[in-house]
Design a protein around this ligand. Structure first.
Ligand code: PRP
Ligand code: MN
Ligand code: MG
Length: 179
Protein backbone atom coordinates (compact mmCIF):
# COMPACT_ATOMS: atom_id res chain seq x y z
CA UNK A 1 0.00 0.00 0.00
CA UNK A 2 1.36 3.38 -1.06
CA UNK A 3 1.79 6.00 1.67
CA UNK A 4 -0.80 8.80 1.11
CA UNK A 5 1.93 11.49 1.07
CA UNK A 6 3.76 9.81 -1.81
CA UNK A 7 3.05 11.02 -5.35
CA UNK A 8 4.91 8.29 -7.16
CA UNK A 9 7.24 5.38 -6.49
CA UNK A 10 10.60 6.09 -8.12
CA UNK A 11 12.32 2.84 -7.12
CA UNK A 12 10.53 -0.23 -5.80
CA UNK A 13 11.86 -2.52 -3.10
CA UNK A 14 12.86 -5.05 -5.79
CA UNK A 15 14.67 -2.45 -7.89
CA UNK A 16 16.60 -1.16 -4.87
CA UNK A 17 17.55 -4.70 -3.90
CA UNK A 18 18.96 -5.40 -7.38
CA UNK A 19 21.03 -2.19 -7.32
CA UNK A 20 22.36 -2.97 -3.84
CA UNK A 21 23.35 -6.52 -4.80
CA UNK A 22 25.22 -5.23 -7.85
CA UNK A 23 27.10 -2.62 -5.78
CA UNK A 24 27.87 -5.30 -3.18
CA UNK A 25 29.44 -7.53 -5.83
CA UNK A 26 31.61 -4.67 -7.14
CA UNK A 27 32.70 -3.73 -3.62
CA UNK A 28 33.52 -7.35 -2.76
CA UNK A 29 36.13 -7.25 -5.55
CA UNK A 30 37.44 -3.86 -4.42
CA UNK A 31 37.87 -4.86 -0.77
CA UNK A 32 38.77 -8.57 -0.84
CA UNK A 33 41.53 -9.09 1.76
CA UNK A 34 41.50 -5.43 2.89
CA UNK A 35 39.11 -5.50 5.88
CA UNK A 36 37.72 -2.01 5.15
CA UNK A 37 36.07 0.22 7.72
CA UNK A 38 32.58 0.79 6.34
CA UNK A 39 31.28 4.10 7.62
CA UNK A 40 27.57 4.84 7.60
CA UNK A 41 26.50 8.46 7.71
CA UNK A 42 23.58 8.66 10.13
CA UNK A 43 20.73 8.53 9.81
CA UNK A 44 19.87 8.36 6.11
CA UNK A 45 22.43 5.71 5.18
CA UNK A 46 21.33 3.12 7.74
CA UNK A 47 18.99 1.04 5.55
CA UNK A 48 21.39 1.08 2.61
CA UNK A 49 24.37 0.25 4.81
CA UNK A 50 22.77 -2.79 6.44
CA UNK A 51 21.71 -4.20 3.07
CA UNK A 52 24.94 -3.29 1.27
CA UNK A 53 27.25 -4.76 3.92
CA UNK A 54 25.32 -8.04 3.74
CA UNK A 55 25.85 -8.02 -0.03
CA UNK A 56 29.63 -7.66 0.46
CA UNK A 57 31.22 -11.07 0.65
CA UNK A 58 34.46 -10.05 2.40
CA UNK A 59 35.70 -9.16 5.88
CA UNK A 60 34.79 -5.62 6.96
CA UNK A 61 34.07 -3.54 10.04
CA UNK A 62 31.16 -1.17 10.59
CA UNK A 63 31.16 2.23 12.22
CA UNK A 64 28.94 5.31 12.15
CA UNK A 65 29.32 9.02 11.98
CA UNK A 66 26.57 11.56 12.54
CA UNK A 67 26.95 15.03 11.09
CA UNK A 68 24.36 17.74 10.74
CA UNK A 69 23.91 20.00 7.77
CA UNK A 70 20.23 20.11 6.89
CA UNK A 71 18.52 20.41 10.26
CA UNK A 72 14.78 20.56 9.72
CA UNK A 73 15.08 22.62 6.55
CA UNK A 74 15.21 21.60 2.92
CA UNK A 75 18.76 22.53 2.00
CA UNK A 76 22.17 22.02 3.59
CA UNK A 77 23.74 25.12 5.06
CA UNK A 78 27.37 24.35 4.33
CA UNK A 79 27.83 24.44 8.06
CA UNK A 80 28.69 20.86 8.97
CA UNK A 81 28.92 19.80 12.61
CA UNK A 82 29.96 16.44 14.11
CA UNK A 83 27.16 15.08 16.30
CA UNK A 84 28.67 11.61 16.74
CA UNK A 85 32.21 10.67 15.85
CA UNK A 86 33.62 7.26 14.89
CA UNK A 87 34.65 4.81 17.59
CA UNK A 88 37.46 3.51 15.35
CA UNK A 89 40.89 4.97 14.58
CA UNK A 90 41.11 5.53 10.82
CA UNK A 91 44.89 5.96 10.59
CA UNK A 92 46.13 3.45 7.98
CA UNK A 93 42.65 2.03 7.27
CA UNK A 94 40.81 1.60 3.99
CA UNK A 95 37.59 3.55 4.39
CA UNK A 96 34.33 3.13 2.55
CA UNK A 97 31.88 5.95 3.26
CA UNK A 98 28.27 4.93 2.71
CA UNK A 99 25.68 7.57 1.84
CA UNK A 100 22.04 7.32 0.88
CA UNK A 101 22.16 10.42 -1.33
CA UNK A 102 24.56 13.12 -2.47
CA UNK A 103 22.96 16.48 -2.98
CA UNK A 104 25.16 19.60 -2.69
CA UNK A 105 28.15 17.39 -1.80
CA UNK A 106 28.94 19.41 1.33
CA UNK A 107 28.48 16.60 3.87
CA UNK A 108 30.83 14.26 2.02
CA UNK A 109 33.49 16.80 1.16
CA UNK A 110 33.65 17.68 4.85
CA UNK A 111 33.93 14.01 5.89
CA UNK A 112 36.62 13.29 3.29
CA UNK A 113 38.68 16.24 4.57
CA UNK A 114 38.46 14.92 8.14
CA UNK A 115 39.47 11.39 7.15
CA UNK A 116 42.40 12.63 5.07
CA UNK A 117 43.59 14.67 8.03
CA UNK A 118 43.29 11.53 10.19
CA UNK A 119 45.59 9.71 7.75
CA UNK A 120 43.27 7.11 6.23
CA UNK A 121 45.07 4.79 3.82
CA UNK A 122 42.32 5.09 1.22
CA UNK A 123 38.89 6.75 1.09
CA UNK A 124 36.11 5.70 -1.26
CA UNK A 125 32.48 6.73 -1.39
CA UNK A 126 29.47 4.64 -2.29
CA UNK A 127 26.10 6.33 -2.60
CA UNK A 128 22.78 4.74 -3.36
CA UNK A 129 21.54 7.90 -5.04
CA UNK A 130 23.19 10.84 -6.71
CA UNK A 131 21.36 14.11 -7.41
CA UNK A 132 24.03 15.65 -9.62
CA UNK A 133 21.92 18.66 -10.64
CA UNK A 134 22.14 19.99 -7.10
CA UNK A 135 25.90 19.83 -6.65
CA UNK A 136 27.57 22.91 -5.13
CA UNK A 137 31.04 21.50 -4.36
CA UNK A 138 33.13 19.43 -6.75
CA UNK A 139 32.60 15.87 -5.55
CA UNK A 140 32.19 12.52 -7.31
CA UNK A 141 31.30 9.22 -5.63
CA UNK A 142 33.36 6.17 -6.58
CA UNK A 143 30.27 3.96 -6.72
CA UNK A 144 26.81 5.24 -7.60
CA UNK A 145 23.64 3.14 -7.48
CA UNK A 146 21.05 5.41 -9.06
CA UNK A 147 21.12 8.86 -10.64
CA UNK A 148 17.98 10.61 -9.43
CA UNK A 149 16.13 13.64 -10.80
CA UNK A 150 15.87 16.86 -8.81
CA UNK A 151 12.71 15.88 -6.94
CA UNK A 152 12.05 15.58 -3.21
CA UNK A 153 12.65 11.88 -2.66
CA UNK A 154 11.97 10.00 0.60
CA UNK A 155 12.01 6.42 1.86
CA UNK A 156 14.62 3.69 2.38
CA UNK A 157 16.39 5.93 4.91
CA UNK A 158 15.60 9.32 3.39
CA UNK A 159 13.40 11.60 5.43
CA UNK A 160 11.44 14.80 5.36
CA UNK A 161 11.38 16.22 8.90
CA UNK A 162 12.49 12.77 10.16
CA UNK A 163 9.47 11.03 8.61
CA UNK A 164 9.25 8.37 5.83
CA UNK A 165 12.66 6.74 6.51
CA UNK A 166 10.95 3.37 7.00
CA UNK A 167 9.25 3.21 3.60
CA UNK A 168 10.71 0.15 1.85
CA UNK A 169 10.69 1.98 -1.51
CA UNK A 170 11.95 5.37 -2.71
CA UNK A 171 9.17 7.74 -3.60
CA UNK A 172 8.55 11.32 -4.62
CA UNK A 173 6.83 13.37 -1.93
CA UNK A 174 3.65 15.24 -2.88
CA UNK A 175 4.44 18.95 -3.09
CA UNK A 176 1.58 19.90 -0.73
CA UNK A 177 3.34 17.94 2.05
CA UNK A 178 6.36 20.26 2.16
CA UNK A 179 5.02 23.53 0.76
C1 PRP B 1 21.12 14.09 3.93
C2 PRP B 1 21.60 12.85 3.19
C3 PRP B 1 23.09 13.10 3.06
C4 PRP B 1 23.17 14.61 2.93
C5 PRP B 1 23.36 14.99 1.49
O1 PRP B 1 21.39 13.91 5.31
O2 PRP B 1 21.35 11.69 3.95
O3 PRP B 1 23.77 12.70 4.22
O4 PRP B 1 21.92 15.14 3.40
O5 PRP B 1 23.32 16.38 1.34
P1 PRP B 1 24.55 17.25 0.84
O6 PRP B 1 25.21 16.52 -0.31
O7 PRP B 1 23.88 18.52 0.40
O8 PRP B 1 25.45 17.48 1.99
P2 PRP B 1 20.80 14.88 6.42
O9 PRP B 1 21.83 15.91 6.73
O10 PRP B 1 19.44 15.32 6.01
O11 PRP B 1 20.71 13.95 7.69
P3 PRP B 1 19.97 12.54 7.78
O12 PRP B 1 20.81 11.57 7.03
O13 PRP B 1 19.94 12.25 9.25
O14 PRP B 1 18.60 12.70 7.19
MN1 MN C 1 22.41 11.86 5.72
MG1 MG D 1 17.73 14.37 6.27
Amino acid sequence: MLHPDIKEVLYSEEEISAVVKDLGAQLTKEYEGKNPLVIGVLKGAVMFMTDLSRAMNCDLELDFMDVSSYGAGMESSGDVKILKDLDTTVDGRDLLIVEDIIDTGRTLSYLIEIFKYRKAKSIKVVTLMDKKERRVVDLEADYIGINVPNEFVVGYGLDFNEKYRNLPYIGILKTEVYE
